[in-house]
Design a protein around this ligand. Sequence first.
Ligand code: GLN
Ligand code: ZN
Length: 774
Amino acid sequence: MKTTNLGYPRIGNQRELKKALENYWAGKEPVETLLETAKLIRRQNWLLQKEQGIDLIPSNDFSLYDQVLDMCMTLNAIPDRYISIKHNKNFSSEDLYFAMARGIQKDGVDITAMEMTKWFDTNYHYLVPEFSEGQKFSFVNSKIIDEYKEALALGIKTKPVLIGPVSFLLLGKEKNGNFNRIDLLNELLPSYYEILKQLTALDAEHVQFDEPYLATELSNKEREAIRFTYTQIADKFPELKITLANYFDCFGENLNTVLELPVHTLHLDLVRCNLQLDDILNSNKLKSNTHLSLGVVDGRNIWKNDFEKSLELIQKAVNNIGEDRILIAPSCSLIHSPCDLELEKNEANLSAEVKQWLAFAKQKLEEVKTLRDFAAKKNLATTIDKVKANVLANKNRKTSTTIHNPEVKQRVEALTTKDDQRINSFSVRQKLQQTALNLPLYPTTTIGSFPQTKEVRSQRANFKKGNISTEDYNTFLEKETRETIKFQENAGLDVLVHGEFERNDMVEYFGEKLNGFAFTSFGWVQSYGSRCVKPPIIFGDVSRENPMTVEWSSYAQSLTKKPVKGMLTGPVTILQWSFVRNDQPRSQTCAQIALAIRDEVVDLEKAGLQIIQIDEPAIREGLPLRKADWEVYLNWAIKSFRISASGVQDQTQIHTHMCYSEFNDIIQNIADMDADVITIECSRSQMELLDVFHEFKYPNEIGPGVYDIHSPRVPERSEMVALIEKANKLIPAEQLWINPDCGLKTRHWEETKKALIEMVAAAQECRKKVAAIA
Ligand code: GLN
Ligand code: ZN
């Protein structure tokens, strides 16, 4: 029985990669420094996994930005608009890579980034491959080979990891021409063969193909593509041991196809779907030489494994197919977990009581090894103690009194349908809001945050360390807020925001103020590129003790006659971007958060805020991977949002904001949220996302983003005018708002100011055009 791993966090224990990337982008460090840091992280990760007792250690799980972008580079799937950079001697291969990731404005070159979207139901974002008709592929980038060799030089023969060809195609988009990207398979496969050929020549033994689309409902054609691909690979490379990895859900109706494949190992996510083990073992269809990689340790959450449960699953598999064909693994790549629990020393954030219930990436590998040792009766003397300690910790958790609050549970029980409805329907509210707010056509606004400068971040860090007093910190925040309000007034924005300078992160900020949350100091997880999040841990019943945002919002409102938007994170997003307790249904935890946010919304209204935005960027990513499970989720998720939004009067305008997701299939549910205004990210897809709002005749107001905030590029006025006009073809002018795609916290002031001034000018130009016609 072997231990295996699917991928390790690549950001570094202390976010070394983030820092190196940002220094490089800022021109502070040469590319060599960045590459050196990257190499060091890979080395540390490999050695650590070896030390933790992992037999099959992955390689090519590292990425400077994103593993899907890496595949595009590897396979030469480079969209046409970057070709000029590729062939320009003034640009390096890193320039090209980061241009695709972030856009580029340099030396007269001005090119937008690739589209970005969420990786299945996680908060990790990947860059969407773009395919065109007649797309060609070729194996041109040796990253996978280089990293394999790099580990080899350390004495570690790794298992290179690739995104499988079918998932690679499905992750992408057809950009031009009328074709189905799955038909590119025949063109694509030879490049994969070339990779495998080179790996074979280097004596590689195992290769892992990630095909996470196997956890979704595939068409017959897509299933056939899977069958064809892995049959061909087995045929051409009989000596390679191929692991086919699926995660985040069951194989479902793809199971029969998968069981027939001549692959060496099937990886199963037994955390998300433990029933599939029975399905497989009882099917009698598992080939007699296929191995099973049992993903029993949750790669997506931070709770200690339940050894009793896992050992039961492992034992079942052992009884059926014998020890030799079993591997023990985390459920998915550990990039969705923080690095190392041992770094957590701050008891004020994370009490010893809560800490004993947790395991991060490094500890998860230890769990994998302990489970294997126990099941295979290896190193029993030490293993038994570890198993005992695990059982005890989990028992302590079940009976802990810090987790359960009867009052909170009762309040959720007592909810009625009245609690999730505004007083009147949107058409009535809209008139009242128009009178109250008196906004122009195409009102301009932003999504909430303004640049989190170095100074903002260092002041916060100093405040947290106790180096500066609360008073000094607040004085500083007031100054930032004042200047931001001044800027927005001068720029001519219509609805202002306070800028969110007091917030580190839109979820952590609220978590810190709510009961039932714990925090880590180093529990960072990569969100995209250099950006990381530190999800709070919801360990107990959630309640709000005091107002959380009223002070800053009222302060900002006191500085201006223009309306200021109160700014909150919605219950589903707080849930989705936290590590959530696994001892009660998520729906129940979400309802508890919804009530806490509702109290805050009501307090903001009382304090005189006429507009309140409840951000829900994460609603869509919470969707189960299988459509059959959607309705149940959407019912409680939308209801939670409505509970949070429905405590106010009709003339109070509720905004929501969503970004980086597809809306097509949930437009009815978005309408059911009944927010008075929704702002969405749209500029990267050039308003494509609006089609569905148009077709649906979305009744409420909507602000499609006209400015891509992921790029330092300043959009031109004419570009934004064109986007507004495009939007106006789909949505009546009276319903439209003008805003950036998302918050501006990652931008610098210089580009932000320029872009917003241009954005307001673009709105004014469009207003003039409308006035001229009228
Ligand atoms: N209000 C948040 C901000 O402006 C929204 C961020 C988000 O959608 N991810 O930063
Ligand atoms: Zn957003």
